[in-house]
Design a binder for this molecule. Structure first.
Ligand code: C2O
Ligand code: CU
Length: 509
């Protein structure tokens, strides 16, 4: 029973590809040994959210931002009923999970839209422990506040820790000045032609962050009241990103007035309480639509233990970089005092904040103070190695799928191989193959590329991931075993790039 709206995928499927709800998909699910049911009810609804002294009208799961975390145990069958109280069709996508294809939540590919007023039951086995999240796969709805963490616990968890803190990062535009992500998308899709940006390289745009009409006060963390002067509405609200020292090129194409940790502004941050000496597992999730965050915890080193849910050989870092959709788990041993967990919006001169407090000592961290660790030793995914038991065994690829990342901000013509997303087009793969995905970035911007339904390995015994940043002018080759039949999306996790065309489908034959 897949709920009232199941029965059609909505898109004309080319012949020769496995269906999302075919017998191969059911057989793959049976091999996961679906266990006890974990039932969850979710309502996607229009609501008023308090970001900490600033209320906005937006869309969310329930009345909270992020939505209520879903927590389950490895082997459980997750049974989530989604009620759609939005004025638009929606779906739920389970980011990072290797799940049955017909539950992957891609409208027109793996399921029909869940229409306004309708509901749909998602039901699938949880085959891997780790830190995941969920969001709609419908337009740019995710960027309105429809997201929440999904934690799959491992009953044989080898890590020892006292406390756990789930930290979700987000850039925020919705309801601030009457605008919405859809309006931003429409403006981007109309193109940036009216703006003086010299052919879209964007490198001359750094100075724009100081232009009139771009009031950055709320973004610089210098202590001004959030929302005191919302950005001017209209085209001037968009800007090419400033250059990021880490990412090069353009760091972003939408000017976000706010940056949030767990739905809170830096002026009213969430405080996480612990005791000095506690070992804290921090699960970091970047749910932003268009922002990479550099994250550090003042006064502490981070021991990286997982990337996108999968264990790595532990590595110490002072700062981490998370592209949109990426997750990192870290361990810290809490010191005595109050410490800022700061997320710097790369290239945007803005920060988001949460606070770790132990005991009574220490003044509250000032949102304007950036911990020195932010500029300390930065660890990126390419420097990590997978833990031995999740390493992808060495094997020559049976097939290489070459995807050139193309397009630019000027025309918002983001695409793979120069072709904008067409739900009827597929890149074929076959069950049992070792597949290499080769992403060649010919654009001036970095892109976090994401594969559904699988985790890939970065080169050289690199970490297992489902989302990885491809820097401008570079090629990233990742490998995965084609062991989960169906139709699976590959796309940039900048929601505006995906929605304007940088998205395609891998189809099992
Ligand atoms: Cu978060 Cu298609 O993904
Ligand atoms: Cu992109």
């Amino acid at each position: 029973n897949h709920g009232p709206t199941s029965g059609t995928t909505g898109a004309a499927a080319p012949a020769g590809y496995l269906a999302p709800n075919g017998p191969e998909v059911a057989a793959a699910e049976a091999r996961r040994n679906p266990g006890p049911e974990r039932k969850v009810a979710l309502t996607a609804t229009e609501t008023t959210l308090d970001l900490g002294g600033r209320t906005v009208r937006s869309w969310a799961y329930g009345d909270r931002l992020p939505g209520q975390e879903v927590r389950a145990t490895l082997g459980d069958t997750l049974a989530v009923t989604l009620a759609n109280h939005l004025p638009q069709p929606t779906t739920l996508h389970w980011h990072g999970l290797a799940l049955r294809n017909d539950m992957d939540g891609v409208p027109g590919v793996t399921q029909a839209d869940v229409r306004p007023g309708a509901s749909f039951e998602y039901r699938f086995a949880l085959a891997h422990p780790g830190t995941y999240w969920f969001h709609p796969h419908s337009g740019v709805q995710q960027d309105r506040g429809l997201y929440a963490p999904l934690i799959v616990e491992d009953p044989r968890e080898p890590l020892a820790y006292d406390k756990e803190w789930v930290v979700v990062l987000d850039d925020w535009v919705d309801g601030v000045d009457g605008s919405t992500p859809d309006a931003v998308l429409a403006e981007l899709a109309r193109g940036m032609g009216g703006m003086d940006h010299s052919g879209g390289s964007g490198h001359d745009m750094a100075g724009m962050t100081g232009m009139p009409g771009h009031d950055m006060a709320g973004m610089t963390g210098t202590g001004s009241a959030p929302g005191g002067t919302p950005n001017a509405a209209g085209p001037s609200r968009m800007l090419m990103g400033a250059q990021s020292p880490l990412l090069g090129g353009d760091a972003g194409d939408v000017a976000y007035p706010f940056h949030l940790v767990n739905g809170r502004l830096a002026t009213a941050p969430e405080t996480f309480a612990a005791k000095p000496g506690d070992r804290i597992r921090i699960r970091l999730v970047n749910a932003g639509g268009d922002t990479a965050y550099r994250v550090a915890l003042g006064g502490h080193e981070l021991t990286v233990t997982h990337t996108d849910g999968f264990p790595v050989e532990p590595a110490t870092a002072q700062a981490l970089l998370l592209g949109m959709g990426e997750r990192y788990d870290v361990l810290v041993t809490a010191k005595d005092g109050a410490f800022p967990l700061t997320a710097l919006a790369e290239g945007k001169n803005a920060t988001a904040l949460a606070v770790l407090r132990t005991g009574g000592g220490g003044a509250a961290p000032d949102a304007a103070v950036r911990p020195a660790e932010l500029d300390g030793r930065l660890v990126t995914a390419g420097q990590l190695r997978a833990a031995p038991d999740v390493r992808l065994p060495a094997k020559a690829p049976d097939r290489t799928v070459r995807l050139e990342l193309t397009g630019g901000m000027a025309k918002a013509d983001w695409a793979f191989n120069g072709r904008r997303y067409d739900p009827a087009q597929r890149y074929p793969v076959a069950a049992g193959e070792r597949v290499r995905l080769e992403f060649r970035n010919s654009t001036a911007m970095w892109h976090p590329v994401h594969l559904h339904g699988h985790s890939f390995a970065l080169p050289g015994d690199g970490p297992r991931k489902d989302t990885a940043v491809v820097l401008p002018g570079t090629t990233l080759a990742v490998d995965f075993d084609a062991d989960n039949p169906g139709l699976w999306m590959v796309h940039c996790h900048n929601v505006y790039h995906a929605e304007t065309g940088m998205m395609t489908v891998l189809g099992y034959r």
